[in-house]
Design a protein around this ligand. Structure first.
Ligand SMILES: *Cc1c(COP(=O)(O)O)cnc(C)c1O
Length: 598
């Protein structure tokens, strides 16, 4: 049975049982039951389920793996980790995450003033805060204030100017200095979509000349004792470990050189983020595991420290995708199957039809299991000819409608008759007989990386998993934008079930959406966030917490600065009272489509 590659990407977080997709945790709830419960509470449209227990699992795994590797190598540096807020900074995601990391002093990484405010307020005192990105004096001042609040904060310098601002603020405010780190611009380039994060042409970091200059400034101004960290980040989603090894060698040697120059308090290397997760549904693309990664980091840094006779550095890691991707699952109802529109009753054959239409009708009636494939191909050819005849004015609209109906009926009958077991066989006929599944969601809002960078996400239905899917599927969202589509792809084919939506519901789940998608999502066409639900388990019972209803149309309009009072007033003045009431109630709903069941 088709398992949608669940063994490849799900890391045992989900499982298929009795034809249903379930959460592999606690009492193993089925998604369909969770949805029914939410629907009973009158929430409509797409749903985003967050599972904080999966974040906790990832945090535990990260610390345990590095601690084991440290033991194995008798490594003396301490392991530290921070969560980069840009990956997901929404409160309902972040609060449980911070709680999960408490016992490890799991900290936060920030890249902007707004994120720094979040960290200053919600990061636990004693857990590290790392500040990356470009900074002005105000942001650096906030760093001093965070230090005053008791935070263990490190400002990572992206340029010499920032160092000068730190000196200036130290003099002006007389506050205690925060720790200082240097982001190094590596010679070795990263790989993948985010290669620009590393390499000598990188947007970020100091060249070796600038590092020496920075050290000089620190020394001359007698603040060298605050230099504690060397930082690099070679890019997101590293599928192989090789570029990391090179970056470790380069930064490890910079660390050791600076220590030997006299940077006595320099004690840490921050290796940035980039741990990959598996997005592929069909074959593994990530070519290492965490254990190998941890061993490589520790072994490389240890060898350099030994060679250059300096103490082994503490390790900081900023991986965000690895911690958060798996913890959110997007569910979207299927609204329509396009060939589902074609029904035998709609056929209105004339007394005298064009010969090709009569032929189509014969193909339809005579088709059997032996002729199915051939007749199906013939019908597609006939349809193409008939469409040309229509363009030339030889057949009328009624004929054209009959041609489309018959061809679709033939395809459906063929798929039914063939019960093709062999996907290769099915693939041969896929392209022309794709089924379009219309989904009640917006790709721009909920899977922006599909649109932005062609990111693949694991997709599967949450029911029918004991039945063979027979339709090669392309997925359409409800935005009026032709980019709002996930087309069928021969090399990564998605097969879905042929369902009658009048009789049963059909939902698709999208996985690994906990990293970046929430925060990058945009309101193209004014579709808002899906309804968000935190799922927690207490004493083996499932609980829905912090449900945030998808924003109402009125609130969206208000957010983009329309005057909603004015809007309502205009309606009120131009409509009778009853109609006005109805319009007002519609404004309170979200933008997603409503059906009796979705
Ligand atoms: C984006 C970013 C990260 C997180 O990267 P992931 O691929 O999500 O692990 C970490 N550090 C810095 C400096 C970043 O810019």
């Amino acid at each position: 049975m088709e398992d949608y590659g669940i063994g490849i990407w799900s890391d045992d977080n989900f499982l298929i049982e009795d034809g249903l997709l379930k959460v592999n945790y606690s009492n193993k709830p089925a998604f369909i039951d969770m949805i029914k419960e939410i629907k009973n509470k009158n929430y409509k449209g797409p749903l985003l389920f967050r599972f904080p227990h999966i974040n906790l699992k990832q945090i535990n795994k990260l610390y345990a793996t590095f601690e084991n590797a440290s033991k194995e190598y008798n490594y003396k540096g301490k392991f530290n980790a921070v969560f980069p807020l840009k990956v997901n900074n929404l409160p309902n995601f972040l609060h449980p995450l911070i709680k999960s990391g408490e016992k490890y002093s799991y900290g936060l990484e920030v890249g902007s003033k707004a994120e720094l405010f979040i960290a200053m307020v919600y990061n636990k005192i004693g857990s590290p805060i790392i500040v990356n990105g470009f900074k002005d004096e105000e942001m650096i001042h906030l760093g001093f204030i965070a230090k005053k609040m008791g935070h263990q904060i490190t400002l990572i310098i992206e340029g010499i100017n920032e160092l000068k601002s730190i000196l200036k603020l130290g003099k002006e405010t007389k506050l205690k200095f925060p720790n200082i780190g240097l982001r190094v611009r590596l010679f070795n380039q990263g790989i993948g979509t985010w290669a620009k994060s590393g390499g000598i042409y990188s947007k970020f970091g100091l060249s070796s000349t600038e590092i020496l200059e920075a050290y000089d400034i620190l020394e001359k101004n007698k603040i060298c004792q605050y230099l504690t960290m060397i930082h690099f980040h070679i890019g997101s989603s590293m599928n192989t470990i090789k570029p990391l090894k090179k970056a470790l060698k380069e930064s490890g040697n910079i660390y050791a050189e600076l220590k030997n120059l006299g940077a006595n308090n320099l004690n840490s290397i921050n290796i940035g983020g980039g741990l990959a997760v598996e997005y592929s549904q069909y074959k593994r693309t990530v070519q290492y595991d965490l254990q190998e990664f941890a061993s490589d980091v520790i072994f490389t840094l240890q060898s350099i420290a030994n060679n250059k006779n300096v103490e082994e550095p503490n390790i900081f890691i900023e991986s965000g995708r690895f911690i958060s991707a798996a913890s959110s699952v997007l569910i979207s109802p299927v609204l329509e199957l396009f060939s589902g529109e074609y029904d035998k009753e709609q056929l209105k054959l004339k007394k005298k039809n064009p010969p090709l239409i009569d032929e189509l009708n014969e193909l339809y009636l005579d088709m059997n299991i032996k002729t199915a494939l051939e007749y199906m191909h013939d019908s597609i050819d006939h349809l193409e000819s008939l469409l040309k005849l229509f363009d030339l004015g030889y057949i009328d609209l009624e004929d054209r409608s009959n041609a489309e109906l018959l061809t679709n009926l033939i395809i459906k009958k063929a798929i039914y008759l063939l019960e093709i077991d062999d996907y290769d066989e099915l693939k041969k006929i896929d392209h022309k007989i794709q089924e379009k599944y219309l989904l009640n969601f917006s790709i721009f809002q909920s899977l922006p990386d599909v649109w932005g960078i062609n990111q693949e996400f694991p997709i599967m239905p949450i029911t029918h998993l004991d039945k063979k899917p027979t339709r090669s599927a392309s997925l359409w969202d409800i935005t009026c934008d032709s980019d709002g589509e996930i087309p069928f792809n021969d090399t990564k084919p998605l097969y879905l079930h042929s369902v009658n939506l009048k009789k049963e519901d059909y939902y698709l789940a999208f996985f690994q959406v906990g990293a970046y998608q929430d925060v990058l999502g945009m309101r193209h066409n004014l579709f808002s966030n899906p309804t968000q639900i935190n799922v927690v388990f207490e004493k083996n019972k499932i609980k829905f917490k912090q449900i945030i209803r998808s924003q109402s149309i009125s609130d969206i309009l208000d957010d983009i600065d329309y005057n909603t009072y004015e809007i309502k007033k205009i309606f009120k003045n131009s409509l009778d009272n009853n109609t006005y009431k109805i319009v007002k109630s519609y404004l309170k709903e979200n933008s997603y489509l409503k059906t009796t069941w979705s």
